[in-house]
Design a protein around this ligand. Sequence first.
Ligand SMILES: [Zn+2]
Ligand SMILES: [Zn+2]
Length: 481
Amino acid sequence: MPSAPILAIFAAAVLQAAPIPVLIISGQNNHDWRTTTPHLRHLLANTGKFDVRVTEEPGSLTPNALAKYQALILDYNGPRWGPTTERAVAGFVESGKGLVVVHGASYAFGDMEILADKHVRTGVHQPIWPQYRQMTGAWWSDQDPKSGHAPRHIYQVRLTNREHPITAGLGPSFQVTDELYHNLRTNPNIQVLATAHDDPSIGGTGHDEPLIWTVAYGKGRVFHTALGHDVAAMMEPGFIATFLRGTEWAASASVTIQAKLEPESPKGAPRVLVVTGGHDHETTFYSMFERFAADMRVNVNPHPIPYNRDLRKDYDVLVLYDTIQNLTDQQRANLRNFIETPGKGLVALHHSIADFVDWPWWYEEVIGGRYLLKPDGGQPASTYKHDEELRVLPVSKHPILKGVPPMHLWDETYKSMWISPKVEVLLRTDNPTSDGPVAWVSPYDKARVVFIQLGHDHTAHQYPPYQQLVRNAILWAAGTK
Ligand SMILES: [Zn+2]
Ligand SMILES: [Zn+2]
């Protein structure tokens, strides 16, 4: 039988491998659940620690349907769910699982009028769900002193209990722009983790109001945050840290998510510089990079400015989407120093094949291809044609093609380019207005170099297989694939 430490390591490995299944309950709220629920889902999924599902029809939940989850996250404020679901949810928590209550959900099922989207009064009252008050530890009241909040403002949230696993390591306070709920009725058994001073000069109570707390309900754990009025409030680093750590604690009774109060940035991710200029293009080109935000840090700088300095310490990959012929000797040396540094990468896209057509080192050795702006050495000038229907097939097993299916798209074609016989062709088309190879890896032996001919406008930029191809190419060029 393995010793205890080995079992612990094994258990840790299993926990690492299996994301925690959690369910967000949404679909009705006087807050903008259509934007907040996807945002919460993204925050959770981004940690890699949760398998996140969402229901917008909670009224159909049964004990069986809930059994596979470790925690429920309520981004809900609306009509009662009916006895089956309500019993299922209360039983779920009681049995030892987790419940997370976010902002608007703190006054669901109370003695408040049900409000429609955007706080529109409906005149509809519903019977109180008493167990919900027990689970969530607090409720809103229309009686004096009325529960409510001063206008949304910027304030400091103080972590009043820093011993709890959720708040340990987060520091004494953080700042938010959010609503600050006040005069909530709370149960004596809640464990308050954070409060904020409610400024009387703008309609606050003058008291320190509880904003984050936990509740023990049966064998279960409840994490309640009154923060998170909208996506902006949910982007606050303090909201994110407490929400993610609170959810992990509710779901698993322990917290492994990093205690940090900084905006998200993919640390250690490849640093990418996109070089534009000399050729117009649609802004959809940039939207494509926004989708890569989790995998890389991307800057843009038009040529020739990037080449005025040594790029090696700031960037791992250059992505060229420009057209340029001339650089000064110093600019040329800076570009060349980057390309000649082992470990660096270059991804040349589309019209950048017409860069430096008079610099043989560039097109022969680095890119492995050249767009002929005019006839040269017995070869005719290259040609282009817009809006061509293309079938593009992978013709290699290269990692850049991972997850890239046969593509069917409309794009600009180039024909009669000079293509080095030494390139490894990745993609080919049979469109007669195009050369056969439309993506290749250069044989250049210092930096990793890829050329992708496709990508003239939004029809390519917005096409998921093209995005996958460009993403893969950058990550491969950075040496991470
Ligand atoms: Zn609100
Ligand atoms: Zn083009």
